[in-house]
Design a protein around this ligand. Structure first.
Ligand code: HEM
Length: 789
């Protein structure tokens, strides 16, 4: 009798209808078709509920609740009902549409059998259906009916559950609330796992507890750090703050599926591994006495023969030596390098203004002193350089350590930021905030015509701002597609799934298109095939990588960047320095002309720096000197030590350099400037090495860069190829993505692109161009999750 079709009404449908008052009618018919159990007994309960609801509705209570909820939501607190980005069709979701039990493919889904197969299971169980319609319910809703041997989780999946329960959402929005806030609604049936949350004694979760998809990381029990916290600490205390390691079991069900913003709990055992707001790791101990707070070179064992870094920098700038460009790559490769450098590291620096007076300013400045006779800089006493900020508590009686504000993982830190507390700056529900200019979508634009992204260096070069724009659009495109594919997903779910896919795209392009070009023959040896996730691998960014090795890209900067129209004809361009903090070039003209220019401009080999970098950066500075000085500031051991570290033939004398630097003049100049081979700075020595076959860099840089990217990949639980991150079909789709496809997807209007976007393309050979519809694309339908019925 309990399962009579005629009894399948429909108070739950009414509840859905009512809760849908704010969301429109879409989806109602679909819900009506669902098969559900019923009973006479529950009919009475439902009627009661309905009357209460009706009464509340009449008194306007619901509107009040809605107003409150909307207020919270618009302040960025709630996952649902966020207004969409400009230019993106609004499509608000009903809380009731969210599939609470959509565990298909979820890591640790708790087993096939013990899984609720209907999104209303919790609700039905709360009105007694487990008893009155036992057979159907135990079959379809085993978790909610507690027949899973204690795996029923009685938890709140949102940190506002308590609040919503207090304002009686459990009654007025029962379906969604009972599924997502069972504990606060006191709707836990049978053995709930613990009064605090999961089945661990401390309220933490086990993998088998996670029979649902949670899109909310509860950070209420720990204080996360925001960029403002870092800025304030930097300004007030001249040091950068760290945070306490979180207990990953508290949010295990979230951590199994999605990255945190700050990278904590990527490694579930070492919760801080690779996380933002921590010290850079070191491959080799810092050079001597760096802990005294005073720049290392003053104490270097070969200090008397240690050169001033300005003189050393001049080695890198040798206009007479023409570096031929045998490389088949283009200038977009340089731009990708910077984009990824900013994903992996952002070293905090002390305030540079204080250094203008060319004093040491109590260990806060480390300016480069200049020769009066220098033709370019002779009129200045120094190039002001602020020291990198020490991690609080370091550099007093121990080594001074430098701080990474971004996560070490390739996860889009530069797009999404690295703190849950900074999200409001650039995020709007499932989407990233946008600004529409001349019918083109951009990130928000500030009063200085700079784009606003997850990383405040986004405008340092207009090409970088173009990639930020491209990937912001790509995120929003993915989010809009997922919204269509899974109309029952809420904004939070769409945001996190899109972020996950975008992170995979960044990784895919980096490991299959970018790194093989940078490392050439060394790629296989230093990085090789993916062996799977290793929780013993530390993914943290090495100090030596970011303060020296990966800055090789500064040598790829060129003097002039052309702009090309859709027929790949020149329509102008800008000198490099005109593109620094000048994002209006792309805001006015779109990103395509600049990107086409990068595609057609052959890559510059990085072994020497161009005058735009050594003379005119920031108007009148020298990035070569700054890089060398940064290495010394961080206590990076000299070049010869890295030869040994990398297992390369040791360099004990200047003559040993012959085997790795074919240019004799360079070796002679090194002798003049450094006097002792052990004094050569890592940045200088490693950049001057001849490139390995088919590669952009020499063996020492290949070793340090390869070492970093191998750890970055193998130590990332969310690396796109790791099992359980995506299911087999999704992974197959992700493997189709290329930079060329992203240009097609998210450029202003690329009709044609080269199949290999990092290959230099000559406008004369249009045979190399493909129509965008010839470039493979991801089929997002494989992300479709059926609402279980
Ligand atoms: C496109 C033009 C670029 C400009 C204007 C630029 C400028 C800068 C500046 C001013 C710094 C800070 C220097 C310091 O004070 O220590 C820096 C850091 C850095 N750059 Fe570049 N850069 C560019 C391209 C690149 C490229 C192509 C790469 C790599 C392929 C790269 C890698 C890095 C790295 C790894 C850092 C250190 C990041 C950190 O730890 O915070 N840059 N760059």
């Amino acid at each position: 009798m309990d399962d009579q079709p005629s009894h399948r009404i429909h108070i739950s449908d009414m509840l859905i209808l009512l809760s849908r008052r704010r969301q429109g009618e879409e989806g109602v018919s679909r819900v009506r078709q669902k098969e559900k159990p019923s009973s006479l007994h529950t009919m009475a309960r439902r009627r009661q509920l309905f009357l209460v609801l009706l009464a509340l509705s009449i008194t306007g209570f619901i509107d009040h609740v809605n107003a409150e909820a909307n207020e919270i939501e618009s302040s960025g607190e709630s996952p649902a009902h966020m207004p969409d980005s400009e230019g993106i069709e609004s499509d608000e979701k009903s809380k009731s549409e969210e599939s609470a039990d959509a565990t298909e493919g979820a890591p640790g889904g708790g087993g096939e059998k013990c899984k609720d197969r209907h999104d209303l299971c919790k609700f039905w169980s709360s009105i007694g259906e487990c008893g009155t319609n036992k057979e159907w319910m135990e079959d379809h809703c085993p978790v909610s009916c507690d027949v899973c041997n204690g795996t029923m989780t009685c938890i709140d999946r949102h940190r506002l559950c308590n609040f919503w329960a207090a304002i009686r959402e459990c009654e007025t929005n029962a379906v969604w609330m009972l599924s997502n806030c069972a504990r606060s609604c006191k709707a836990c049936k049978g053995k709930s796992i613990s009064s605090h949350g999961g089945s661990r004694a401390d309220g933490g979760f086990r993998e088998e507890d996670c029979t649902f998809v949670t899109t909310h990381e509860d950070t209420s029990h720990r204080k996360t750090i925001s960029i403002n916290d870092v800025r304030n600490s930097n300004a007030n205390f001249n040091c950068a703050p760290t945070q306490q390691p979180p207990n990953c079991n508290r949010n295990l069900c979230y951590h199994l599926r999605f990255r945190t913003f700050d990278g904590t709990c990527n490694n579930l055992k070492e919760s801080m591994a690779g996380s933002a707001f921590t010290a850079l790791m070191r491959l080799k101990a810092a050079a001597l006495r760096q802990w005294t707070q005073r720049p290392d070179f003053l104490f270097h064992p070969v200090e008397t023969i240690f050169s001033g870094c300005f003189a050393a920098s001049s080695l890198l700038f040798l206009p007479a030596v023409r570096i031929q460009i045998p490389h088949h790559s283009n200038a977009l490769l340089m731009q990708w390098g910077q984009f990824i450098a900013h994903d992996m590291a952002k070293t905090t620096m002390l305030n540079n203004q204080e250094c203008a007076a060319c004093t040491s300013n109590q260990g806060r400045c480390f300016s480069v002193f200049l020769s009066r006779s220098d033709p370019t800089f002779g009129r200045f006493m120094c190039l002001p350089v602020a020291r990198s900020t020490p991690v609080c508590g370091t550099g007093i009686s121990n080594f001074r350590e430098q701080y990474n504000e971004n996560t070490a993982y390739i996860d889009g830190s530069m797009i999404y930021g690295s703190s849950d507390r900074d999200q409001f700056l650039f995020r709007q529900g499932a989407f990233l905030k946008t600004k529409l200019v001349n019918s083109r979508v951009f990130p928000p634009i500030d009063k200085n015509n700079n784009v606003v992204a997850g990383d405040d260096r986004a405008n340092i070069f207009v090409g970088l701002a173009a990639l930020h724009t491209l990937f912001l659009r790509q995120h929003n495109r993915i989010a809009a597609t997922l919204q269509r594919v899974n109309p029952h997903w809420d904004q939070e779910r769409i945001f996190h799934e899109s972020r996950k896919i975008l992170g995979a795209i960044l990784q895919r392009i980096t490991y299959t298109e970018y790194l093989p070009r940078v490392l050439g023959d060394e790629f296989e040896r230093r990085i090789g095939a993916y062996p799977g996730y290793d929780n013993q691998t530390d993914p943290a960014v090495a100090n030596e990588f970011t303060s020296c090795a990966f800055r090789f890209g500064h040598g790829m900067i060129q003097e002039f960047y052309p702009f090309l129209n859709e027929r790949f004809q020149h329509v102008g361009g800008i000198p490099f320095n005109e593109g620094m903090f000048k994002s209006q070039h792309i805001i006015n003209n779109g990103i395509d002309p600049l990107l086409r220019g990068l595609i057609t401009l052959p890559a510059k080999m990085p072994q020497r720096l161009t005058p735009a970098v050594t003379e005119r950066i920031f108007g009148n500075s020298d990035l070569g000197s700054i890089n060398i000085q940064r290495g010394r500031d961080h206590g990076v051991p000299p070049y010869t030590k890295w030869r040994k570290f990398c297992g390369l033939p040791e360099v004990k004398d200047f003559s040993d350099l012959n085997s790795t630097m074919s240019n004799k003049v360079i070796i002679d100049n090194l002798k003049v400037i450094y006097k002792h081979v052990d004094a050569i700075d890592m940045y200088v020595g490693s950049l001057l090495e001849d490139p390995v076959r088919d590669s952009l860099v020499g063996p020492t840089l290949g070793c340090i860069i390869g070492e970093q990217f191998k750890r970055t990949r193998n130590g990332d639980r969310f690396f796109y190829e790791n099992e359980k991150v995506f299911n087999g079909e999704q992974l197959r789709q992700i493997k189709k993505i290329t930079m060329a496809r992203v240009l097609c997807d998210a450029g202003d209007h690329f009709a044609f692109v080269p199949r290999k976007a990092f290959n230099v393309f000559k406008p004369t050979s249009s045979a190399d161009l493909l129509r965008c519809d010839e470039i493979p694309d991801i089929d997002y339908n494989v992300w479709k999750e059926e609402l279980a019925i």
